[in-house]
Design a protein around this ligand. Structure first.
Ligand code: F6R
Length: 282
């Protein structure tokens, strides 16, 4: 009985559990994994209407935003008291640039839900005093009460935010130079031209991300399989910044079969998740 109580505490997904864990959930399709991510955010929002969300851009979370928008439009999920902080933004292009993360967020999420403009925060690529801006961004997160749920994608070399390999695991919001791998991966959004991708970005630090109460790391496709294997089963190292999430109190790694294809313990993660579903039905 004591053991069941312990499990149920772990299963609650409400940020109140006492047991630190990294949970790996493998789903057959991308749509299924973003559906679970959206449900976790919806449940948290229903419990805490003034939820503080940390948000990511890039291809991976697009389906998550589509699902949350549907929940808003069809089921009245209310974002009117939500505050958001985006992970990162390029330096050297204006906020209104079609490839900026400001434009991405407006297009994929902000235009379609009711988060007040004053509650949305995205690093500002045109800030003249970057250092003061970065300090202010950290202070704004703290004064909002910290991030309740941080949505993360992962780079092919294991970055989270734009914390490239070799980033300090204690780093805070600051400017980073992007690696060649990131420039090449992101060229698709800049007409396929690597030279057109800004070379630097402002990003929340690894330490900033680690202070989020919960993290949801999403990945799909074979191109992320090695990064996921290194992040989940490799040593904790600045060479793979996402690996530090093994030390985070509550991280859910939500991946499809292709992104899971280089993990050693796929069967075990599936067994753990199946047992959890069984326990939830007891
Ligand atoms: C974007 C971000 C990056 C991306 C990562 C994966 O805000 O923080 O870490 O999550 O580069 O990008 P996609 O999803 O485009 O593969």
């Amino acid at each position: 009985m004591a053991e069941r109580g312990c499990y149920l505490l772990w299963l609650r997904h409400d940020g109140a559990g006492l047991l630190p864990f990294m949970e790996v959930i493998i789903q057959p399709t991308y749509q299924q994994l973003v559906a679970i991510a959206a449900e976790i955010i919806r449940d948290a929002l229903l419990k805490k209407p003034n939820l503080v969300l940390g948000l990511a851009t890039g291809s991976t979370p697009i389906g998550l935003y589509e699902t949350l928008v549907r929940m808003h439009k069809e089921n009245g999920l209310d974002f009117s008291d939500v505050t958001t902080f985006n992970l990162d933004e390029y330096i050297g292009i204006p906020s209104a640039h079609p490839c900026s993360y400001h434009t991405f967020m407006t297009t994929h999420f902000f235009n379609a839900v009711n988060i007040p403009v004053a509650n949305r925060h995205i690093p500002q690529s045109t800030a003249e005093n970057h250092e003061a801006f970065c300090e202010g961004y950290e202070a704004a997160i703290a004064s909002a009460g910290g991030i309740d749920i941080q949505v993360l994608g992962i780079g092919k070399e294991g970055h989270i935010g734009f914390n490239e390999p070799s980033s300090s695991l204690g780093s805070r919001t600051r400017i980073k130079t992007l690696t060649q791998s990131t420039l090449e991966a992101n060229a698709q959004h800049f007409g396929g031209t690597v030279d057109a991708v800004p070379k630097m970005a402002i990003t929340m630090g690894v330490g900033t991300i680690m202070e989020a109460k919960r993290c949801l790391l999403l990945a799909n496709g074979e191109s992320k399989a090695l990064a996921i294997a290194r992040a989940v089963e490799g040593p904790i190292t600045a060479e793979v910044p996402a690996s530090v999430l093994q030390m985070h109190p509550q991280t859910v790694v939500l991946i499809d079969e292709a992104a899971a294809s280089q993990l050693k313990r796929v069967d075990y993660y599936k067994q753990v998740y199946a047992n959890k579903q069984k326990l939830l039905r007891i």
